[in-house]
Write a protein that binds this ligand. Structure first.
Ligand code: PLP
Length: 435
């Protein structure tokens, strides 16, 4: 019996499903989750001492690679001064300025501890600012586990084939309009019917929680125009894409060129460099509705935590344009290699891409995946043997077909060679898969 087996058996008696976040349980791919004891560079090491090239990167934060010496030095230096002050600290302002330098639409920022808190606060703020009740979200977009946005929320729910969550009241669900992604007519119809009640549209800057889905050209710009024309706000959720898909996130690849800016952004993952920090930011007029100067309440014991701020400041300082150019190149190289391996075995698929994020969808080459219905209709059963073959070869992929693959600045030639070597067998396993 492996150490991971023993640890999982024990964990199942201690925690629901043996985990503290559902996708870690390997529910959709089966088998025993690996318990990790070390993360350095592009590699994870499990409790049995097996090393894996990591294509999860902590679900995004490890942009520079795990345990980057510059980030660790900043964290060590911060720790030496204490772990939490319960008061304001200089690094909060430094991190705020680093974000604003990249994303000028962030005129004010509020640090929180998780992406869920960021979107939850953004939704409350949008309601407080507009005095309206309804929120529009898109099927397949995940914005964290706040009640009002757990309808058709992709990712973990899709992995478990759950439509939504128990414990969310009908009254809460009734205040969320769920529309098909990339569907401008559906958005127009919703505004035609409920225009004066819609507080905000929230959207992932590029969806990456139903697998990756590319926003059709102009879709986010259309959302920006439509919300503005109807007195509603646009909340661009960059928790996953922010400071990962580029210097200024996915907005930097799109809005910055097209000339639109959302009213509110949400950030997480990379902004905390691996420690629990997230943020919301945006137009000063809207953000100043937050307490203590505005009527919308929000607070947090560990918000702006000094150790997390130090990790965030170091990460954004070290994430130079060269880092993004490197990850962009690696992403193109890897997705081409995956595609070639699957083609060689005759496995129908599409590479789903948004900037340097990508995922593989099976049985979808004819049309690709543009919305949640198409994501769910794919041949997801091919991923399970593909995943396990890669794992056996020492490559740790996201344990769900509905997640993006993450690369880092530490994915050097050696790590890439290990992935390349693993692909042919995994493609054969996908080809042989039965529903
Ligand atoms: N928004 C998006 C787009 C996400 O991908 C996630 C998490 O994956 C969240 C919000 C929630 O963030 P957290 O898990 O930190 O609560």
């Amino acid at each position: 019996m492996t150490s991971s087996n023993e640890l999982f058996e024990r964990a199942r008696k201690l925690m629901p499903g043996g985990v503290n976040s559902p996708v870690r349980a390997f529910g959709s791919v089966g088998g025993t989750p690996r318990f990790m004891v070390d993360a350095h560079g592009a590699y994870l090491t499990d409790a049995d001492g097996i090393r894996y090239v990591d294509l999860v990167c902590s679900w995004g934060p490890a942009l520079l690679g795990h345990a980057h010496p510059g980030v660790l030095a900043a964290v060590h230096a911060a720790v030496d001064h204490g772990l939490s002050f319960g008061a304001s600290t200089p690094d909060e302002g430094r991190l705020a300025e680093l974000v604003m330098e990249r994303v000028p639409g962030v005129e004010r920022i509020r640090m929180v501890s998780t992406g869920t808190e960021a979107t939850m606060t953004a939704v409350r703020l949008a309601r407080g600012f507009t005095g309206r009740d309804l929120i529009v979200k898109f099927a397949g977009c995940y914005h964290g586990h706040l009640d009002s946005l757990l309808a058709a929320a992709g990712s973990g729910l899709a992995t478990m084939a759950m439509p939504g969550s128990a414990g969310v009241t009908a009254a809460t669900t009734a205040e969320t309009l769920v529309l098909p992604y990339n569907d401008t007519a559906a958005v127009e119809a919703a505004f035609a019917k409920y225009g004066d009640r819609i507080a905000a549209v929230i959207t992932e800057a590029a969806p990456a929680n139903m697998g990756v889905v590319t926003p059709e050209e102009g879709f986010n710009a259309f959302l920006s125009r439509t919300t503005a024309a109807n007195g509603a706000l646009l909340i661009l959720d960059e928790v996953l894409t922010g400071f990962r898909t580029g210097w200024a996130g996915y907005w930097g690849l799109t809005g910055a060129q097209e000339g639109w800016t959302p009213d509110l952004f949400t950030f997480g993952k990379v902004i905390g460099g691996g420690l629990p920090t997230a943020a919301l930011g945006g137009r000063a007029e809207v953000m100043d509705y937050l307490a203590p100067i505005g009527p919308v309440y929000q607070a947090g014991t560990l918000s702006g935590n000094p150790v997390a701020m130090a990790a965030g400041v170091a990460t954004l300082t070290l994430a130079t344009p060269e880092v993004y150019a490197f990850i962009d190149r690696r992403s193109l190289e890897l997705s081409a290699a995956v595609s070639a391996a699957l083609d060689a075995e005759g496995v129908d698929h599409s590479i789903q891409r948004a900037g340097n994020l990508f995922s593989v969808a099976f049985g979808t080459s004819a049309a690709g995946v543009h919305n949640y219905a198409q994501a769910q209709a794919q041949e997801a059963f091919r991923y399970r043997p593909f995943f396990h073959s890669m794992l056996e070869s020492g490559v740790y992929l996201p344990p769900s077909v509905f997640e993006a693959w993450f690369l880092s600045a530490a994915h050097d030639d050696e790590a890439m060679a290990k992935i390349h070597a693993a692909l042919p067998a995994a493609a054969r396993a996908a080809a042989a898969a039965q529903p």
